[in-house]
Design a protein around this ligand. Structure first.
Ligand code: ZN
Length: 108
């Protein structure tokens, strides 16, 4: 067993997370240079905030592209939309209710 051990994320805090995230977005956009790709691969294995950031960015990008490409949304996105619609509807209902109360109060 002289193989190199599986790399476990070492860094709990990223000292240059802003730059890391720019690099991650470039990689996900496909606009990263080969040097950036190489740096990204080396960095992503050791930096926990970057791994999380990368996965989050990837999920966001995937859900956006799925929304654009398909008419059908993944369950998570549908739930999000339902929540937003539900909130908008309950706000609208609240306004309508308030309006009818005021309207009734002023006309009677
Ligand atoms: Zn980092």
């Amino acid at each position: 067993m002289s193989e190199s051990p599986v790399t476990v994320p070492q860094k709990q805090h990223c000292e240059n997370h802003q730059r890391c995230m720019e690099m991650i977005q470039a990689v996900l956009d496909g606009s990263a240079t080969p040097e950036e790709m190489e740096h990204f691969k080396n960095n992503i294995e050791s930096c926990l905030p970057c791994i999380e950031g990368y996965q989050l960015e990837k999920e966001v990008k995937q859900s956006i592209s799925q929304k654009v490409e398909k008419k059908c949304c993944p369950g998570k996105t549908v739930d999000d939309i339902k929540k937003k619609i539900g909130l908008a509807l309950s706000l609208a209902a609240l306004f309508a209710l308030q309006y009818s109360i005021y309207h009734a109060a002023f006309t009677i």
